[in-house]
Design a binder for this molecule. Structure first.
Ligand code: 2AM
Ligand code: CA
Length: 273
């Protein structure tokens, strides 16, 4: 069992409070699937309530820190050093459809660098946390990225652009390049959990474009502290700004990156998400 620092405990307490509400509301959503109006309004309210619960706990514990949250945006802090980056409900579309795959993601940035992350899956009761230089943990046990080196055995996850978001043809080309070479490609719909799954060795890699900082901040730290490698798909380091991410174990990261960027759309300017 790892000893948890006070800051990780603050983050877990906040995530736990949101999780209790989300779990209760998820039970309702399953009932609402059959109502003619559907559960959309109810889910928006659940999302906002979860964000309020996280915010209250974080502000109570560290009143001078700034916040970047999916629903309420930026709240500047007074200490100028620290910022929470929060997704109160990652996997909203899953939640809305009664699919039990969503999470709460909370990261802490210090002087522009993510130093702590918590991801909580309330349905499976899986609690992931990582602290810079200390390691990554799942339910109290140290986690490591997968050690598979062979691309043919690698299971990858991705995110598929939807509606008017992202560059659909570029994604199709990336998928075409990867599909014939790997054991399988999955799309689960909650990017923070995808990163947590790479960190815990469930799949060998994950890539997606068009993400927001709150989808990735905690998960990137988890993967790195679990011994994995994370860059933008093109190889740069500004994932939180560009929204592009490729996370994998050390052995496969370069190979997957070469495959993805070998596709034709990488040779022309890409559309913005
Ligand atoms: P969200 O649930 O917090 O909105 C995966 O592709 C990522 O994109 C998810 O982490 C999800 O975060 C976001 N996303 C937003 N709208 C989506 C949609 N309609 N389908 C899938 N993912 C969506
Ligand atoms: Ca999200």
């Amino acid at each position: 069992m790892a000893t948890r620092s006070p800051i990780i405990n603050v983050m877990i307490k906040a995530a736990d409070r949101a999780a209790r509400g989300l779990k209760r509301d998820f039970g309702e959503v399953e009932q609402l699937q059959v109502s003619p109006k559907g559960p959309s309004d109810f889910v928006s309210t659940a999302d906002i309530k979860a964000e309020r619960a996280v915010r209250e706990e974080l502000v109570k514990a560290r009143p001078t820190y700034g916040l970047l949250m999916e629903e309420s945006g930026v709240t500047p802090g007074t200490d100028g050093q620290h910022r929470w980056i929060v997704d109160p409900l990652d996997g909203t579309t899953n939640f809305l459809h009664g699919l039990p795959h969503f999470c709460i993601s909370i990261a802490l940035e210090r002087a522009g660098e993510v130093v702590a992350g918590v991801i909580l899956d309330p349905i499976r009761d899986d609690l992931y946390w990582a602290e810079r230089g200390i390691g990554a943990y799942l339910n109290g046990r140290r986690i490591r990225v997968s050690s598979r080196r062979n691309l043919g055995e690698a299971l990858l996850a991705t995110g598929i652009p939807f509606q008017e978001h992202g560059d659909h043809s570029a994604f199709a080309a990336e998928l075409s390049a990867v599909m014939p070479k790997v054991a399988g490609v999955r799309r689960f719909g909650a990017a923070a959990l995808d990163l947590a799954y790479v960190a815990s060795g469930r799949y060998e890699g994950f890539w997606e474009s068009g993400l927001q900082p709150w989808d990735m901040a905690a998960g990137i730290l988890l993967v790195r502290e679990a011994g994995g490698y994370v860059t933008e798909i093109g190889g740069g380091e500004n994932m939180l700004d560009s929204g592009s991410v490729l996370a994998a174990n050390d052995q496969l990261h370069g190979t997957i990156q070469r495959l993805l960027t070998s596709s034709e759309p990488w040779k022309r300017p890409r559309a913005q998400p």
